[in-house]
Design a protein around this ligand. Sequence first.
Ligand code: IMP
Ligand code: MG
Length: 174
Amino acid sequence: MLPGRILLTQAQIRTRVRQLGARITRDYRGKRPLFLGVMNGAVFFLADLLRAVELDCEISCVRLASYTGAESTGQLRGLEAMDDSCKGRHVIIVDDILDTGRTLSALAARLKKLGAADVKICVLLEKKRRHEIPVKADWTGFKIPDEFVVGYGLDYNDRYRGLKQIRVLEKQAV
Ligand code: IMP
Ligand code: MG
């Protein structure tokens, strides 16, 4: 049984990810950006986006976590393990979703502190709510309602990441 109703179909995601890839390709022509995927949520988005980008680029990942179940704990784990391989680089953070803004603002600040030349943010989803920490994505796939979603990398306690569509997780499905 698949949980919840479909918010975004596989075809919608595929089309939009290709558009984002083309856009980033144009914006970074002649540069060699470092794509930094935020694991585990960005796993499919990062892979699909990079196949839509035509640039000489590098790929890296960082593992960050703040959620337990459907609630943000407010505690971000994983930043301390990062090294300075971003030094002097044009970094493009790739994440699944911009929600409170805590993860991406803390990660961007950390990258700047570690010496990145430039930090930009690409997210597949952005929740239509006021972010607790003001942070702006440079490229956004879809603006979505303030609901808990799963699939295409997004999880609920590590479940449902492998769903092909993005679905709204309704309480009774948990
Ligand atoms: P933020 O720090 O609140 O902006 O949250 C960012 C992280 O929380 C994302 O990278 C996701 O891993 C997780 N997250 C936020 N909203 C959702 C959701 O609706 N479903 C699944 N994960 C979410
Ligand atoms: Mg995440």
